[in-house]
Design a protein around this ligand. Structure first.
Ligand code: DX5
Ligand code: ZN
Length: 215
């Protein structure tokens, strides 16, 4: 069954603890970190992760949209991240490899993400280190954008890549997820769906999470 990761980027930040509690029927809490350099927006970071860690028993799925993530991966691990995903475009290949190795050395799941313009094949050199392969279905930086039509094809390519290397690696999709695009992603082979605005706007968040699972 596909896992659902509510993205708290779309939550009401004045009551963030309660917002996290409201999506506890999800499988992971998706935590978007933006530095205003790698993407044209700034969100939240280490102190907020630390504050939320005791609020939920769900795994924290940290999506680092920051340049040179090697500087920060261990601190996110130590403050309670369970999955740490960096972008393949965020640094030189040897630094990306080192970031993935350090996440794994902390006993956490290591993820790699591609922006819409980056081919899935860019992840190939790192495939044996991955527990999560994150396909962006929107330009990273903002919630509430429309799902890009070529994302299902990239999901299928990602699924084929992890099959080829024989890894137990999640295929996560982020951006523009709603009932219809969730179905397209599930059919293409996604195993984790990130949904922000769709879940947080829903009148019944638990029911919406159940619907996105498609069962
Ligand atoms: C965008 C973030 C997403 C965002 C998705 O850069 O990585 O996680 O919260 O938002 P929706 O689901 O509204 O497209
Ligand atoms: Zn994200």
């Amino acid at each position: 069954m596909v896992k659902i990761a509510p993205s708290i980027l779309s939550a009401d930040f004045t009551r963030l603890g309660l917002e996290v509690e409201s999506v506890k029927s999800g499988d992971l809490i998706h935590f978007d970190v933006m530095d205003g350099v790698f993407v044209p927006n700034i969100s939240y970071g280490l102190p907020v992760l630390k504050a939320l860690r005791p609020v939920t028993a769900l795994p924290m799925d940290v999506h680092l949209m920051i340049t040179k993530p090697l500087r920060f991966v261990e601190r996110f691990c130590d403050l309670g991240a369970d999955v740490v995903t960096v972008h393949v475009e965020a640094d030189e290949p040897d630094k990306i490899r080192e970031a993935l190795l350090r996440i794994r050395a902390r006993g956490k799941k290591a993820g790699l993400s591609v922006k819409p313009a980056t081919p899935v094949s860019a992840c190939q050199p790192f495939a044996e280190l991955l527990d999560n392969l994150l396909i962006m279905a929107v330009e990273p930086g903002f919630g509430g954008q429309s799902f890009m039509a070529d994302a299902p094809e990239k999901i299928a390519q990602a699924a084929a890549l992890v099959r080829r290397v024989g890894r137990d690696c999640d295929i996560e999709v982020d951006g523009g997820i709603n009932r219809e695009t969730a179905r397209l992603c599930r059919e293409a082979g996604a195993t984790v769906l990130v949904a922000g605005s769709h879940i947080f706007k829903a009148p019944d968040r638990a029911e919406e999470i159940r619907i996105l699972r498609g069962i």
